[in-house]
Design a protein around this ligand. Structure first.
Ligand code: IPM
Ligand code: MG
Length: 357
């Protein structure tokens, strides 16, 4: 198979972890006889410094021409003071929108090898944690208009618009139901329909869409309750279907329960065109450039890229198994370090995975 992959290293630990992610993909290509051609482009603060924009037009073009986009992380304190349009995060939101990536898949899985790092009480953890958040990614209060800060009645007033149309809801609901069919066939739709009209429509359209997926069990939960249930008993969830802002919050919560943000990958997909694959953690500027970052979330995002982007299931499993073997052989980066384990840096961890492919 011949494929083009556009690398977006971004900021902070981004370049270090993406170097490992790309090396693993290159090693897999060699092992299975594929040709992966890598291109690289600027995004986030690095792009602001070089061009004045967090998402240069050239980057969008390179991504559009690729078969998949492999992104690390954006942001850092040195860009916090910039105008909203120039902030590194705008680069990330912009590329999602430009590529039409409306479906964000964020699996949270507690690996037995890392059970010791899990934040839950052992009896709760023993019930298991294997869920996926299906988050809508190009609508909601993130993009709704009008938005702004202005003076009303002599007071500075900030406002945003939470908004979904039925088609946006339907297409993400379908993704959730299809995803559930590959898993334990349970979808929990999370909203706030006791208060918000947007959520009332959300629930209505999810119910309508469910008619074509009678083999999948559907439940509904208010977002405040969902935040609580995630901690109380995450084993009750299989697929969590939710909007952009609720999904942003719940996916951080779900992922950190597993013990390390440094372990979790994600995929963002559109109706057609390249998908974007990235770790769910940020750019960790405090440890950037010191070979301390955990590259496993990025490496596992590479596995998602192969499975969901290129339909290469065996190759994806090869990466996932190699990661688990490296953990079983007791290699740990600092963020998941436990007594008695072997501490390694970012580059060494990448190498340990490659040796086990
Ligand atoms: C995420 C991040 C982004 C978001 C930020 C960096 C814009 O938190 O991918 O979850 O809010 O979507
Ligand atoms: Mg987030």
């Amino acid at each position: 198979m011949q494929k083009k992959i556009c690398l977006l290293p971004g900021d902070g630990i981004g370049p270090e972890i993406l170097a490992q992610g790309a090396s693993v993909l290159a090693a897999v290509a060699q092992k299975f006889g594929h040709m992966f051609e890598f291109d690289e482009a600027l995004i986030g603060g690095a792009a602001v410094d070089a061009t004045g924009s967090p998402l240069p037009e050239e980057t969008v073009e390179k991504c559009r021409k690729a078969d998949a986009v492999f992104l690390a992380a954006v942001g850092g304190p040195q860009w916090d003071g910039l105008k909203p349009e120039q902030r590194p995060e705008k680069g990330l939101l912009g590329i999602r929108k430009a590529l039409g990536l409306f479906a964000n898949l964020r699996p949270a899985l507690l690996l037995p090898e890392l059970a010791g790092a899990c934040l839950l009480r052992p009896d709760v953890a023993a019930r298991g944690l294997d869920l996926i958040v299906v988050r809508e990614l190009t609508g909601d209060i993130y993009f709704g208009e009008p938005r702004g800060i202005e003076t009303r009645n002599g007071r500075r007033t900030g406002y945003n618009t939470m908004m979904y149309d039925e088609e946006e809801i339907r297409r993400i609901a379908k993704v959730a139901f299809e995803t559930a069919r590959q898993r334990r066939r349970k979808v929990c739709s999370v909203e706030k329909s006791n208060v918000l009209e947007t959520s009332r429509l959300w629930k209505e359209v999810v119910l309508e869409t469910h008619k074509d997926y009678a083999d999948v069990e559907l439940s509904h939960m208010y977002v405040d309750n969902a935040a609580m249930q995630l901690v109380r008993d995450p084993s009750q969830f299989d697929v969590i279907l939710t909007g952009n802002i609720f999904g942003d919050i719940l996916s951080d919560e779900a992922s950190v329960l597993t013990g390390s943000l440094g372990m979790l990958p994600s995929a963002s997909l559109g109706a057609s065109g390249p998908g974007l694959f990235e770790p769910i953690h940020g750019s960790a500027p405090d440890i950037a450039g010191r070979d301390k970052a955990n590259p496993l979330a990025t490496i596992l995002s590479g596995a998602m890229l192969l499975r969901l982007g290129f339909n290469l299931t065996e190759e994806a499993e090869c990466i996932e198994n190699a990661v688990r073997r490296a953990l079983r052989d007791e290699f740990r980066t600092e963020d998941i370090m436990e007594p008695g384990m072997i501490k390694v840096g970012c580059e060494a961890m990448g190498r340990k995975v490659i040796e086990r492919l």
